[in-house]
Design a protein around this ligand. Sequence first.
Ligand code: SF4
Length: 249
Amino acid sequence: MIPNNYHELNYSKIATYLFCPFLYKLKYIEGRREGLVAVTSLGVSIHKTLEEYHTNSNDPESLLIYYNRCFLGAGYANAAEQMEYYLKGKRIIEDYAKREKYRQSEILGCEKEFQFEHNGWKFRGKIDRFEKLPDGTYHVIDYKTDARISDNFDVTKSLQLALYTVGTKRALGKTQGKASIYFVALNKIFSIPFDEVNEDFVLDKYIEIGEKLEGTDFPPCTKSCIQCLFRMRCPHSIHTERYIKFNRL
Ligand code: SF4
C-alpha cells in the first residue's frame, strides 16, 4: 500500500522511522493511531494554550484563562490523574507567564507552516513559535513539555531544528537567526545558529530516510518498546505489559 502523501517528508515521519520502522508502518501506512495518555495530553494542552495566547493576546495576565480554555480532558485514567496533570500544567503556565513579562522578541506567528521542494521531494514543517529578535534576526522555536532532558540530548544533532532552519531560509526567506528547542516545563532553551546548519547534509539525510519510507522493509526496533505507546498492541513488543491483538481493539 502506498501512502497518499508519497514523496513528502516532515520531521515526524523521519523521527518515527528512526524510533522504530515498524511503528512507522503502523502509523503512516496502516493509519493506526497512538491515542493520548496523560503526558501527551498535557503536551497538547500546553502547545494549544501557547498558540492561542500568542495569537490572540500576549498579555501574561490572560495566560491562565487560555490554559483553562485549552486544557484537554482526554487521555487520563481517572479524575484524580486529570487533576494532577492539570495542576502540573498550571504551574508550567504560571512560570511561563512570569517570563513573558520580560520577553523582548516580537512574535510573528505560531504553528507557522512552511514547505519547499528539493530534488523531487516535498518538505513540510510547522514551527511552534516564529519570532523576530531585538537585533533584527529571526528565531524559530519548538516547544517541548518533557519533565526531564535526556542525557544524550544534543541540540546540534537535532534533525527537527535543522529542517526548520532550512525551511525558514528557503520558504520564509529569513536567512539570519537561530533555531531553538525550548523545554517550557524546565525553563531551558537550547539553540543553534542558522549558519551552523549544513543544508546539503540535512536534506540528503532526510532523503536517505525518505527512500526507506517508500520501501517495503519496516523491521521492529525492540529497544524502543519501553517508550512506545503501541507496546500493548504490537506483536513485536518485548515489553512485559500485556499484548492485545489488533483485531480485539
Ligand atoms: S512496540 Fe516496539 S516493535 Fe512495536 S512498534 Fe513499538 S517500538 Fe516498534
